[in-house]
Design a protein around this ligand. Structure first.
Ligand SMILES: [Ca+2]
Ligand SMILES: [Ca+2]
Length: 259
């Protein structure tokens, strides 16, 4: 036998081995097919897939909640910044910030529409910033009046009131308050300095003290964030304090103020 014959014999035996392996493999598959179906999932596989779906869904929900929480907070910070700008424009005209209705020596009263109604807190701001005001001034020997404002262009979503209530009706109502992104009233305290050196500061821990409509319930209302050790101190002495009770009205740690 020559070298060619040897090669041929090796090739033949190689082919036989391949065929034998293929046959064994086919038999194995048939054997497996008899044990359980080839398609479908085991209970463990289904449970694992469901667990993964639950984990992904809870992660998405957590992300959405965190996003909404941030959006509400930013919205409320933006609202407070807008009120601050409007108060600066009011100050430029009157050389004082609007009265808040808490200080006996500086009453806050609405005089439009033939009614004289006391107002307080952010309800006072709705009037002084959202409704044109008359400014008295002297021109030579004469006392003149001119209309100034509104200093803040309110939208329905910024004000309390019933669903569908028009903006003009909200602005006309003396109990209408400015509401934060959480639907609760913004707090306003004019903390101007009196001649005797004291500040016009009022603790706003009880809802009846500072809201006109009382729609925020006692149980839902937190302490004045400026109160500490039995005393309440102005955060912006000589100016004004503005704040929201944030996501949790009872927890002072998430309050949002202009300080
Ligand atoms: Ca005050
Ligand atoms: Ca809070």
């Amino acid at each position: 036998m020559g070298p060619e014959g040897k090669t041929s014999a090796r090739q033949c035996s190689g082919v036989r081995r391949v065929r034998a392996r293929a046959a064994a493999s086919a038999a194995g598959r048939r054997g497996a097919g008899r044990g359980r179906p080839e398609t479908g999932f085991t209970l463990v596989e289904v449970m694992m897939a469901m667990a993964i779906i639950v984990i992904l869904m809870s992660l998405a929900l957590y992300g959405l909640n965190a996003y909404r929480k941030r959006a509400y907070e930013q919205n409320t910070r933006g609202l407070i910044a807008r009120i601050e700008s409007a108060l600066a424009a009011y100050y430029a005209e009157f050389r004082a910030y609007p009265p808040d209705g808490f200080d006996a020596d500086e009453p806050a009263v609405r005089t439009d529409g033939g009614r004289q109604v006391p107002i307080k807190g952010s309800a006072a701001l709705v009037y002084y910033l959202g409704v044109p005001q008359l400014k008295e001034y002297e021109a030579g020997m004469e006392r003149m009046k001119r209309q100034v404002g509104p200093f803040l262009e309110f939208t329905e979503g910024m004000l309390s009131g019933q669903e569908g209530m028009a903006l003009e009706d909200r602005l006309r109502e003396p109990t209408t308050e400015i509401i934060d992104a959480y639907g609760n009233p913004i707090h306003y305290d004019n903390v101007a300095r009196r001649r005797d050196g004291s500040y016009r500061v009022t603790e706003q821990s009880a809802p009846g003290v500072h809201t006109m409509s009382g729609f925020i319930a006692d149980a839902m209302h937190g302490p004045d964030p400026r109160a500490a050790g039995g005393a309440v101190r102005p955060r912006n002495p000589g100016k004004f304090d503005l704040w929201s009770h944030g996501l949790d009205p009872r927890d002072p740690s998430d309050d949002i103020g202009n300080w």
